[in-house]
Design a protein around this ligand. Structure first.
Ligand SMILES: Cc1cc2nc3c(=O)[nH]c(=O)nc-3n(C[C@H](O)[C@H](O)[C@H](O)COP(=O)(O)OP(=O)(O)OC[C@H]3O[C@@H](n4cnc5c(N)ncnc54)[C@H](O)[C@@H]3O)c2cc1C
Length: 496
């Protein structure tokens, strides 16, 4: 069976490696860091445990499929717990929405602000369900997206308002700004600007309603470890501390990788590393016709994140497992982050407090808390060496004095800060764009870099910047799309 090198052990790389190994390919997974997981890595300090990045699990079905493809059961590897409500959104005036899957309760939440919106909720979910049907049920998300697929999808896409920005489509159903926010902001979870991400991403609220939001006991990293174990159980070869320095290409065909000064030959190579760093750093210019340096640099990249990881020797029940705290400005703040690329005076925050569900994440009576503020990527002229501390202070002062986490500062036992520079060095994120390519209309579906390289034979991409896109469900689907392309190209039959 063919030998395959997978570069990078994010969720996309890990799940693809396991899928291919289960089919009988001989897979070696190279990770530059000493640990697997990419953005989903975990940090431990003074008895506190913090997931670094992803924290919401939105589609357990897609995760189960990976284990099923290897004739295994997810339940034997990790325990998933449903959350209710999914998250709470606090608005600037102290009102809030408890976002959840129950129809009657969700209508009550929307009705707090506008009865018209409550009455339209089921109509919206039906609309989102139609998009979900195309992408998930009909499998658009897990097939390499080619011209034939595009032509087939176009009539339905037009009917479903897919070319419209998410925000504009949501406004056709809801009118109160708070309710419009609730259903349009979630493209931010995948690095997209709600005012220009196509409304195909509105399948997310449907996915959340149908399958719920889950937590994996021990944190998101326990899911990473489960996939790592799956790959090892299948006799895959994992090489950590192995930065790939080059993908070798001969006569337009990928032939292997250079790792720690060693040239290793493979029948195919897949990159799960950031799209831009893969092309700019690992592949000779002469091997790239479509993805020239200029074209790669001209693409639009996602925002970045400023992260605070706080170990607090006090508990704050006001914080649910997932809590959003929203600034008064919506469109203008998004514009500051994505377009003006400035660090604004105000901020919106997403907080993850796993101790609300899982006591093992902190010492007894304490809270493990992460606070995420979306910020511009490194195209912004922000000197994070100077700005990180003052910005952290501003956020903590806000949480303590305006939001009401009394005595937060004096109860801090751990405070770690992560800036866009850290994303760049931890994961090789070009411009610190932690979600890869921005998911806007002209960088989605047929316009997104393909799972099968358009420049080099036997070379593939998997992960956030390829089809269908970022976010854990997206990159897990990309693994299936890339697996399908490889299976087609190597003419193999499924072993199962
Ligand atoms: C702060 C934050 C919060 C998020 N929250 C959520 C959430 O709640 N839910 C959700 O669904 N999604 C969330 N996301 C998005 C999600 O985490 C990502 O889209 C997803 O994890 C990316 O996976 P990936 O497969 O693209 O790989 P990545 O995580 O990008 O991993 C790529 C891997 O490649 C390795 N690598 C890079 N270059 C090389 C090289 N030359 N040689 C060897 N290895 C290399 C890197 O070290 C890394 O391990 C969040 C993202 C961030 C940043």
């Amino acid at each position: 069976m063919a030998t395959i090198a997978v570069i990078g052990s994010g969720f996309g790389g890990l799940s693809l490696a396991a899928r291919l190994q289960a089919r009988g390919f001989d897979v070696t997974l190279f990770e530059k860091n000493e640990h697997v997981g990419g953005h989903a890595y975990q940090m431990k300090k003074n008895g506190y445990t913090f997931d670094l990045g992803p924290s919401l699990i939105t589609s357990p079905g897609i995760i189960k499929d990976i284990f099923k493809a290897a004739n295994k059961r997810l339940e034997d590897y990790v325990e998933l717990v449903p959350l209710d409500p999914f998250y709470r959104i606090y608005f600037h005036d102290g009102t809030f929405t408890d976002y959840q899957g129950d129809t009657a309760e969700m209508k009550r939440q929307l009705g707090k602000f506008d009865e018209h919106d409550a009455a339209n909720y089921e109509r919206f979910i039906k609309f989102a369900g139609k998009i979900h049907h195309k992408v998930i049920v009909e499998g658009l998300g897990k097939k390499p997206f080619d011209l034939a697929t595009m032509l087939k999808f176009t009539p339905a896409a037009t009917r479903l308002m897919v070319p419209l920005p998410s925000y504009t489509a949501v406004r056709r159903f809801f009118r109160h700004p708070k309710n419009v926010f609730t259903f349009s902001f979630n493209t931010l979870f995948i690095g997209g600007n709600p005012f220009r991400s196509p409304s195909v991403y509105l399948m997310i609220p449907y996915l959340e309603k149908e399958e719920g939001i889950w937590y994996s006991k021990g944190g998101m990293y326990s899911l990473v470890k489960a996939m790592e174990k799956l790959f090892i159980d299948l006799n895959g070869t994992l090489r950590t501390n192995s930065p790939v320095a080059k993908i070798t290409v001969e006569n337009g065909v990928a032939t292997g990788v250079v790792v720690n000064d060693e040239h290793l030959k493979f029948d195919a190579v897949v990159s799960n590393a950031h799209f831009a760093s893969t092309h700019l750093d690992l592949i000779d210019r002469s091997a790239r016709r479509k993805w020239s340096d200029r074209k790669v640099k001209n693409m639009d990249y996602s925002m970045s994140a400023f992260m605070l990881y706080l170990g607090v020797k006090k508990q704050y029940p006001k914080m649910l497992h997932h809590t959003l705290i929203i600034a008064k400005r919506y469109k203008q703040l998004i514009y500051d982050i994505f377009d003006r690329k400035i660090l604004a005076d105000d901020f919106s925050l997403y907080c993850h407090v796993p101790t609300r569900t899982d006591k093992s994440m902190a010492p007894e009576g304490c809270e493990s808390m992460y606070v995420l503020a979306p910020v511009p990527n490194l195209l912004a002229k922000i000197n994070w060496d100077d700005m990180a501390r003052p910005f952290a202070e501003r956020i903590i002062n806000f949480l303590e004095h305006e939001f009401g986490l009394t005595d937060l500062k004096e109860n801090l036992e751990v405070m770690e800060i992560f800036t866009p520079n850290d994303f760049e060095s931890l994961c090789n994120d070009y411009l610190g764009s932690a979600w890869g390519l921005e998911p806007k209309l002209t960088q989605t579906a047929i316009f997104r870099p393909k799972n099968r390289s358009e420049d080099i034979k036997n070379f593939y991409l998997v992960g956030a910047s390829t089809h269908p896109g970022a976010g854990v469900p997206g990159v897990l689907l990309s693994a299936e799309a890339t697996e399908n392309a490889i299976v087609q190209d190597f003419n193999t039959q499924p072993e199962k």
